[in-house]
Design a protein around this ligand. Structure first.
Ligand SMILES: Nc1ncnc2c1ncn2[C@@H]1O[C@H](COP(=O)(O)OP(=O)(O)OP(=O)(O)O)[C@@H](O)[C@H]1O
Length: 291
């Protein structure tokens, strides 16, 4: 069990912002950390990693990492850290990047095999795609069999298809090694796929804590769908107006009247709601049928 009760005064965008977090994290669990920019997510990861100090306590499986008289240095905590920007050694091959952590060749081979990187083990990072680099970073973070894996928006620089592939790899590795994981993510579908628990921060405090279903699902009970998107255009068609809205990978049209159309500006984030008494689900069109 990871037990954490910390306090730190941060400089928020509009003055001092206390970070006050009390959290217990079960061993082997996968926790997503979400919340708006500046809410304290990265700082919380850095505190767990020992890269920053705070008042309070952090203990992991009974060992004190942070206390009144203790500040265990990062290298003694048994953590793996995956950053958004890969942070690989550019002059070392894929395999050397892993063996730099320790010389366990067998474990490196297993990790590379599981993530489809074995054939690329002699390559230098500069010759790899973003997704491949991030898979190397993930393998490297698991080389010393960490007690805790920390990931700070690891997939946010990747395109949707590569994100999906990496999500699959993360899940495979998590199932194989059961490493307790805390991952910062802004992507609800990613959180839903990977995490069993999501903790949402706002202004340095926890405002939601539950399963992804409890925290993220917006339809339960109300029978109403609300989807957020960007207003791309408002087109006049005779007496009605058509709002063109980008929702995820889709563009939808919503009919509105003159007064409604006058309320919005192109570029705004808008909510598209519909009363869905009996929503249906169908197979999506594939490949060339899509745009
Ligand atoms: N060591 C520090 N001392 C004081 N303030 C800090 C420190 N580190 C970060 N901050 C401030 O604390 C706030 C929270 O930063 P943090 O990086 O934790 O947010 P975040 O939720 O990860 O944001 P983002 O999603 O944009 O990465 C910011 O306003 C930042 O400037």
């Amino acid at each position: 069990m990871i037990e954490l009760d910390i306090h730190k005064m941060l400089q928020g965008s509009s003055g001092d912002m206390p970070l006050d977090i009390a959290l217990s994290i079960r061993e082997k669990s996968f926790v997503a950390l979400a919340g708006q920019s500046g809410s304290g997510k990265t700082t919380l990861l850095r505190l767990l990693a020992g890269l920053e100090r705070a008042e309070g306590e952090i203990s992991v499986a009974g060992e004190t990492w942070l206390g009144k008289k203790t500040m265990l240095p990062p290298q003694k905590r048994g953590i793996g850290f995956v950053f958004q920007d890969y942070a690989l050694f550019p002059n070392m091959s894929v395999e050397q990047n892993l063996l730099y952590v320790n010389n366990d060749r067998a474990h490196a081979a297993i990790l590379l095999e599981m993530t489809g990187l074995l054939e690329l083990k002699e390559r230098l990072p500069g010759t790899l795609s973003g997704g491949q680099k991030q898979r190397v970073a993930l393998c490297r973070a698991l080389m010393n069999r960490p007690k805790l894996l920390l990931m700070d928006e690891p997939l946010s620089a990747l395109d949707p298809a590569m994100r999906l592939k990496l999500q699959h790899d993360i899940l495979t590795l998590h199932k194989a090694f059961g490493t307790t994981t805390v991952m910062v993510s802004h992507d609800p579908s990613e959180i839903y796929r990977l995490a069993e628990r999501v903790v949402v921060l706002e202004h340095g405090r926890i405002v939601h804590d539950g399963t992804p279903g409890e925290v993220l699902l917006r339809t339960s009970g109300s029978q109403k769908f609300t989807l957020e998107g960007e207003l791309l255009d408002i087109i006049r068609a005779d007496v009605i107006y058509i709002a063109v809205v980008a929702i995820g990978q889709q563009i939808v049209e919503v009919v509105c009247d003159k007064e409604e159309a006058a309320q919005f500006e192109v570029g705004q984030t808008v909510q598209v709601s519909t009363k869905a008494f009996a929503p249906t689900i169908q197979h999506a069109r594939r490949g060339s049928e899509r745009l």
